[in-house]
Design a protein around this ligand. Structure first.
Ligand code: DCP
Ligand code: MG
Length: 374
């Protein structure tokens, strides 16, 4: 469409799930700034503000050309006053004062460092910050009692704050497939999360496991975990049982109820590989062989009839998922979760065997995983 002067305007659909968002885009300076403000809002438990910044960042990720003038953004959705002023600041000065001040602030730095500990959320970190805790030595000195997860998080802090590569994710995939195959032949293991969207690195590795005969998947997690433990592949794990029933179903809730395992894998490193972490260096100086690294791994088991919903729900991105649910509720009067899609008007669940069918139920054009990077 033409706007009447020399600047063309793009008509961009409002919901991120209506758009194709690839990993590479033209406006990283802007999306990184807005993402940092979103992260800061999340760390302050200001969900509304966080979502506003996430949506603004997503708009710029989908913007087809480098931004040089704010007028290019006319007609673009989800850009509020605050986000626009940040963008304007970057256009005029090369950076945003607010973003740089946030990046340097003591609170932001400490909250990032503390929430990077596995098992520590924004709430816990805020409380520690209030008590004057800013870093790991101070946490140690405080004598705070840590949960088992947090203890593992502290013990493997250096490894867990290093991103996981695609090659490492594939190696873990082989280990998981071997363990699942040994316990339940013909079960299927699918790599989900950011790696399914084509990311080259991630903060963890996510797997979805199912079996074509409904019911056979029940109770699989403890068996797989026992198999992995016997082979010394686990540094930490916490299993959750399936708690989903259609009756108790809170269909639009973000949290799902699948049988799952939050774990920290002990991933063997290729022989001759360079030591890469501080822990490695320390271990090698002590003369210990430490040819492994810790990696966060999530295993999720779902019944076959829910597989398409679980696959869609666990592929992300988080904003894409949120936008799908918002679209379903606001535009279709339906409730979408990682378990099911419920049509509130027809008062019935809509079945789907593939992601394509779910998009069709929602009257959305199918978006493949590599274009869900909103
Ligand atoms: N997810 C979910 N419910 C949860 C946790 C995650 O539905 N309780 C979904 C949304 C995410 C996907 O699963 O997109 C994977 O979650 P991650 O936090 O692992 O996010 P990504 O894999 O997208 O990114 P990365 O691991 O690289 O940070
Ligand atoms: Mg992930």
């Amino acid at each position: 469409a033409s706007s009447g002067d020399e600047t063309a305007t793009f008509s961009m659909p409002i919901y991120a799930c209506q758009r194709r968002t690839t990993l590479d885009h033209r406006n990283a300076v802007f999306t990184e700034a807005l993402s940092l403000l979103a992260e800061n809002a999340e760390l302050s438990q200001d969900e509304g503000r966080a979502v506003a910044f996430r949506r603004a960042a997503a708009t710029l990720k989908a913007f087809p050309e480098p931004l040089t003038d704010a007028r290019q953004l006319r007609g673009c959705p989800c850009l509020g006053q605050h986000s626009l002023s940040v963008i304007q600041d970057i256009l005029e000065n090369g950076s945003s004062r607010e973003v740089e001040a946030t990046r340097r602030s003591e609170r932001f730095k400490a909250m990032k460092l503390l929430t990077a500990i596995f098992g520590v959320g924004a709430k816990t970190a805020a409380q520690w910050f209030q008590e004057g805790i800013r870093n790991l030595p101070q946490l140690h000195q405080s004598g705070r009692v840590l949960t088992r997860a947090q203890q593992a998080g502290v013990a493997h802090y250096d490894d867990l704050t290093q991103s996981v590569t695609r090659a490492e994710a594939d190696t873990i995939g082989q280990i998981v497939e071997e363990a699942v195959g040994a316990k339940l032949p013909s079960a299927r293991v699918t790599l989900v999360g950011g790696f399914r969207r084509g990311k080259l690195s991630g903060h963890d590795v996510d797997f979805l496991i199912t079996h074509p005969e409904e019911g056979r998947e029940e109770g699989l997690i403890p068996k797989v975990v026992a198999h992995l433990e016997a082979r010394d592949f686990l540094l930490y794990h916490k299993n959750n049982r399936n708690s989903y029933t259609e009756a108790s179903g809170t269909p639009a809730s973000t949290m799902d109820h699948f049988e799952r395992c939050f774990s920290i894998f002990k991933l063997p490193m290729p022989e001759g590989g360079e030591p890469h972490s501080r822990q490695d260096d320390v271990a090698l100086r002590r003369g210990e062989c430490r040819r492994w690294r810790a990696v966060r791994v999530d295993l999720v088991v779902c019944p076959f009839s829910q597989f398409a919903f679980a696959l869609l729900g666990w592929t992300g991105s988080k904003l894409f998922e949120r936008e799908l649910r918002r679209w379903a509720t606001q535009q279709k009067n339906m409730s979408l979760s990682s378990h099911a899609l419920y049509d509130n008007k027809q008062r019935k669940y809509l079945k789907a065997a593939t992601e394509e069918e779910i998009f069709a139920h929602l009257s959305l054009e199918y978006i493949p995983p590599s274009e869900r990077n909103a």
